[in-house]
Design a protein around this ligand. Structure first.
Ligand SMILES: [Zn+2]
Length: 635
């Protein structure tokens, strides 16, 4: 008996060593495979992890695999050789599984695990023989650790080189202006109060608008985050940059940050919507400093594809695991406005003495579902409802078929959304005060906008990413030139957010050539602006509906890609597959309830929009794409 127990214990150290090696090798394989898939076959392979995943994944696996090995070993410990053999094969199988799971989606993870265990039993004898001695195991582990160190080294070296290159660039003229681009993710146009509104939700933005230009009909190029941000930062339409729900941008060149960086600017991005604005999407192109996912223990453990898939599967099986995973892994990845402010101001305060101008891009996610205030924040627009009932509605909101809800419930959700915007506005006020105290506002162009709106039952639709109606496409846009204007300007003409890069270029380098497409919006308030001429329609696109299907199959995009053009008082929407058309006069019909496409009185103007759609839409036509399911945590 004693001899058997002794023999059993004797088997454990080499098994743990073997498992650690499998963990390091499996984690490296997982990371390298993910990066390879995203660069070689980007469609559907957007990485939604923090930037350090590639070197943290092997370390996480090096800890988890030995634990798994022990868990498998102990029940068979009475037969140490057999237990060791089984454990080793499990470790090899776990190391191989992520490659297959990522390469061929749509097959159950359990099936891949069984397949990989079979594969492991075939290759195990060779691997065991190669790692047969303690010396070989030590050398292999050391080699793998060096490889992990190299991956980490490349990441930190690239950062260092970026900072060094930025410092080495020639300084722009002393009069060069700072640029602050603020995106209030998911804030629809009417989420920001009109200046004279009796129910003032956004006093800080009203105050900002009183010193600048307010566009009442600004239009996003897409009703969802990544596609819209791509246009905001490159000036190109989503179909031109090749993005889709789980597909990163084809290299956007030139991007606004690259252009300003080349002019000697310090460039930085701080994003709360880490899933769809993370650096793997391509939006970080040209930014020397970019903060997306906060690094926390849950996020580090999620670096492993196996852990991520286990969390998702287990969350579907058990509500308590779902809550635990949300609290420890996914929720900490959602940064509040206060956190974005602190990160941005911290970066500003770390400036060197060169007084180099900056271009900063801030993305705030506070208004995005589930419409909950950050912890510790008190409601600024009190809601007269039982708090427990309200909390329950908001918690369940994303999972409900909201088309069946009583209008009062929808009003409550909208009130919660407004409350989140009010809190966000409060934080923006604090940010502007902080910039004023640093003496920066006088030298900074401030642009505040949103990437898309949010549906609250208009056309029977909720959430976003499902239509090109104004509820999802019309967004706030305020541009404040340095020091502000003596009198505010309000523009009613529809304008496209894709013109933001060209506008910034015009303001920082007036009259100079630009590689950025689009037309400067400065023509609306600057008499000497270089870009005049007739107004062109503002284009928006939606290639495929939101894959999380918030509208239970009712999205107009389920029947084909959508395009829209807006000019003057008209909005034209067409389904590219069915060729069905909608035409709205949004002055007489702001809720877009009466389709005038068949109305004889509108045929002349409608034919003009049809002709524009042929000329204006890019050659890269929209194609319907079956998107991979978004993983949890994406906003
Ligand atoms: Zn968004």
């Amino acid at each position: 008996m004693w001899r058997r127990a002794h023999s059993s214990l004797w088997e454990i150290p080499p098994l743990l060593g073997f498992a650690t090696i499998c963990g390091l090798a499996g984690g490296l394989l997982d990371s390298v495979w993910r990066l390879t898939l995203q660069s070689v076959a980007p469609r559907g392979h957007l990485i939604t992890l923090h930037r350090d995943f590639a070197w943290l994944d092997p370390l996480v696996c090096a800890v988890l695999f030995p634990i798994c090995a022990l868990v498998v070993y102990l029940p068979f410990a009475a037969w140490p050789k057999l237990a060791s053999k089984i454990s080793a094969r499990v470790c090899i199988g776990l190391g191989l599984a992520p490659v297959f799971m990522q390469s061929i989606p749509g097959i159950y993870e359990e099936a891949w695990l069984v397949f990989c265990l079979g594969l492991a039993s075939l290759v195990a004898p060779r691997i065991e023989s190669a790692l047969g001695t303690r010396r070989r195991r030590t050398a292999t582990a050391a080699g793998l650790l060096v490889a992990v160190g190299c991956v980490a080294g490349v990441r930190f070296a690239r950062d260092w080189k970026g900072r060094r290159d930025e410092s080495a660039r020639a300084l722009p003229a002393a009069s060069a202006l700072n640029v602050l681009l603020i995106v209030l993710d998911t804030v629809r146009a009417d989420g920001v109060s009109e200046p004279a509104s009796p129910r003032m939700v956004t006093p800080a933005l009203a105050s900002l608008a009183s010193r600048g230009v307010r566009f009442r009909n600004a239009r996003a190029t897409a009703p969802w985050t990544l596609a819209s941000h791509a246009s905001l930062l490159t000036g190109r339409l989503p179909s031109e940059v090749g993005t889709d729900w789980m597909t990163p941008l084809a290299r956007p060149s030139p991007a606004l940050a690259e252009e300003l960086g080349a002019q000697g600017y310090r460039t930085a991005g701080f994003v709360a919507n880490a899933g769809y604005c993370n650096r793997h999407t391509g939006l970080a192109s040209g930014f020397t400093h970019y903060e997306d996912y906060p690094l926390h223990l849950g996020g580090i453990v999620r670096s492993s594809e196996l852990v991520q898939r286990f969390l998702i599967s287990a969350s579907e099986l058990s509500e308590s695991i779902h809550d635990w995973a949300a609290a420890w892994v996914f929720d900490p990845e959602r940064k509040s406005a206060a956190t974005i402010n602190a990160q941005f101001l911290g970066w500003l305060d770390r400036r060197d003495s060169s007084n180099r101008p900056f271009f900063a891009f801030l993305n705030y996610l506070d208004a995005h579902a589930p419409y909950q205030l950050p912890r510790g924040a008190s409601p600024r627009m009190p809601i007269l409802e039982d708090p427990t009932r309200l909390e329950r509605l908001i918690t369940l909101w994303p999972t409900l078929d909201r088309s069946t809800l009583d209008p009062r419930m929808i009003s409550l959700a909208r009130a919660s959304y407004d409350n989140c915007i009010a809190e966000l506005d409060h934080q923006l006020g604090r940010l502007f005060d902080a910039l004023k105290r640093r003496g920066l506002l006088e030298r900074t162009i401030v642009i505040v906008t949103s990437d898309h709106g949010e549906g609250f039952g208009e056309h029977g639709l909720f959430d976003h990413g499902d239509s090109l109606y104004d509820s999802e496409i019309r967004v706030p846009l305020i541009i404040v030139p340095p020091g502000g204007l003596a009198r505010p300007i309000v523009i009613d003409e529809p304008v496209s957010l894709r013109d933001i890069p060209a506008t910034i270029h015009e303001l920082v380098s007036p009259g100079s050539d630009s590689r950025l497409p689009g037309r400067s919006l400065a023509r609306f308030w600057k008499s000497d602006a270089s870009d005049g001429g007739d107004e062109e329609p503002a284009i928006s696109e939606l290639a495929s509906p939101n894959p999380t299907d918030p509208n239970c199959g009712r999205s107009p995009a389920t029947s084909g890609p959508l395009v829209s053009l807006a000019q003057g008082r008209f909005v034209y929407i067409r389904n590219e597959r069915t060729q069905s058309e909608q035409f709205f006069d949004v002055v007489d019909d702001p809720r877009q309830l009466s389709n005038r496409a068949a109305d004889p009185r509108f045929q002349d103007v409608l034919s003009r929009f049809r002709a524009w759609s042929v000329v204006q839409l890019p050659r890269a036509r929209l194609t319907r794409v079956v998107s991979a399911q978004r993983p949890p945590g994406l906003e």
